[in-house]
Design a binder for this molecule. Structure first.
Ligand code: FAD
Length: 443
């Protein structure tokens, strides 16, 4: 039935049969009937969608360190209050049916030889027949002095809550009669990295702060900077989309600093180099969106890796020396993916459907497939009123793009039940941002 099981499992059941007569026979039957165990590490885009696809086809166990999925492309809208937590962080127990077991734990080690995973919160090692590695990346501070200690990351729901709280605390300290220049010095935020993430985040922060200034009748205006090492913003994107993003940054009054390399982050600001000169900037908060690297679980694995430390996989998503191990998403270097798709949810999401198909085929002894992954378009949320959408090679911006983005992302959320609930909520209750209110009234 499951060809790969004929070796390991069959040996075990035969021993059981000898030692315990009738019970052993029952065990023999039940073990032969038992479904193979597929363990999926990581409940993000790669892991959750693979688990949903495989539900019922095997004994599927999803292991993730938090109890919810996070729809990262809308973390910006969560920061601004345009969406609520339940829209973008549905709990696994709401998404998974009874055919998938969920274990909340942080996997610390994988033994590819023994086919086990170490979970500290679990009293024994978890064994698997098939393993799916999809633990995503972690923030890469690229060795910049003080960056890990003093800057704010932006990858999780808690990070968005933290940034919002810092902005509120800073605003709460400003008396209404403070002169504009002093206010500007106090309310300065720097976002490091002007990729899509840095541009989305800085425009959201700027719009929220500008709105708070009006509501609180503060003098002057806040200062939000986006600092980019290369010579342009959104370096991986085309010129047409870049123009829309640049326009949105201007409208949100975000200062763009390109060819500026951050060399130090401290408790009260940053130092960056531009044209050979160093500049110190006092900032109430520095947010780091600079890059992604592999976490310790992947770092420890002794298998073939790319220069960036990603797992080198076959076009079927398998590790070449461990065909029962599949890897996808941000930790895997897919041979045929366009560079623009690397490190994106849209790649992980498409790979999950290939993983689902190939794991079934592997279990059934059928031929595995490969796939060419498509670029599904881009949709950036820019400030609280605008977005930029690239579809069919054409870029457009403004309020219409914002609506298009909401519509698009409704269709990308996991499970049709969740999509329906969230879609109805956005349609009937709206997606108005939540202002930065004084602490105590703030959400
Ligand atoms: C703020 C933000 C916005 C983004 N916006 C976009 C966008 O608009 N479009 C786009 O295409 N991409 C976007 N991305 C990138 C996208 O989120 C990733 O490419 C995608 O999530 C990768 O999927 P994954 O399954 O590889 O990893 P993830 O989605 O990161 O999932 C990995 C999961 O594994 C868990 N985990 C990690 N280590 C362990 C462990 N040892 N044991 C157990 N669990 C573990 C993590 O907590 C996480 O839940 C964004 C990323 C961020 C951070």
């Amino acid at each position: 039935m499951y060809p790969f099981l004929a070796t390991k499992r069959h040996k075990l059941t035969t021993i059981g049969n000898i030692s315990c007569g009738f019970c052993g026979s029952l065990w023999l039957i039940s073990t032969l009937m038992a479904k193979p165990k597929v363990v999926i590490l990581g409940g993000g885009f790669g892991g959750l969608f693979t688990a949903l696809d495989l539900s019922g086809a095997a004994d599927v166990i999803l292991v993730s360190d938090s109890d919810h999925f996070l729809f990262t492309p809308m973390l910006y809208e969560y920061l601004s209050g345009e969406v609520e937590a339940w829209h973008i962080v549905p709990r696994f127990d709401e998404l998974l049916d009874k055919d998938v077991r969920f274990i909340q734990s942080y996997a610390t080690e994988v033994d590819l030889g023994a086919q086990t995973v170490t979970l500290p919160s679990y009293d024994k090692k978890l064994n698997y027949d098939v393993l799916v590695l999809t633990v995503g990346g972690i923030t890469n501070y690229v060795g910049v002095e003080g960056a890990e200690q003093f800057s704010l990351p932006f990858r999780k729901l808690a990070h968005a809550d933290h940034i919002r709280r810092v902005m509120v605390e800073v605003l709460d300290r400003i008396p209404p009669d403070m002169p504009p220049q002093d206010v500007r010095d106090q309310v300065t935020f720097a976002v490091v990295g002007a990729g899509a993430s840095g541009c989305e985040l800085s425009t959201k922060m700027a719009d929220l702060l500008n709105d708070a200034f009006r509501r609180r009748a503060l003098h002057g205006e806040p200062r939000v900077l986006v600092i980019e090492m290369s010579d342009r913003i959104v370096p991986g994107m085309g010129d047409e989309l870049r123009a829309v993003v640049e326009d949105a940054l201007r409208q949100s009054r975000v200062e763009i600093h390109t060819e500026a390399r951050v060399v130090k982050v401290s408790r009260d600001g940053i130092t960056f180099e531009h044209e050979g000169k160093q500049e110190n900037l006092k900032a109430a908060g520095v947010v780091w969106t600079g890059g992604v690297k592999m976490g310790p679980l992947i770092e420890k694995l002794e298998v073939e890796k790319s220069k960036r430390g990603l797992l080198v996989i076959k076009p079927t998503l398998q590790l070449s020396e461990h065909l029962n191990v599949f890897a996808l998403g941000d930790i895997a270097a897919y041979p045929d993916a366009s560079p623009i798709l690397a490190g994106t949810a849209q790649l992980a999401f498409q790979e999950a459907s290939l993983a689902g198909h190939n794991i079934r085929a592997y279990l059934e002894g059928k031929e595995l497939r490969t796939k060419h992954f498509e670029e599904l378009g881009e949709a950036l949320s820019l400030g609280t009123e605008r977005a930029a959408v690239l579809t069919g090679g054409k870029a457009f911006g403004g309020a219409l793009a914002r609506q298009a983005r909401f519509a698009l992302y409704t269709s990308r959320l996991p499970t049709w039940q969740h999509r329906l609930r969230v879609g109805a909520s956005w349609f009937f209750e709206g997606t108005t941002p939540q202002p930065l209110l004084p602490l105590g009234i703030e959400r």
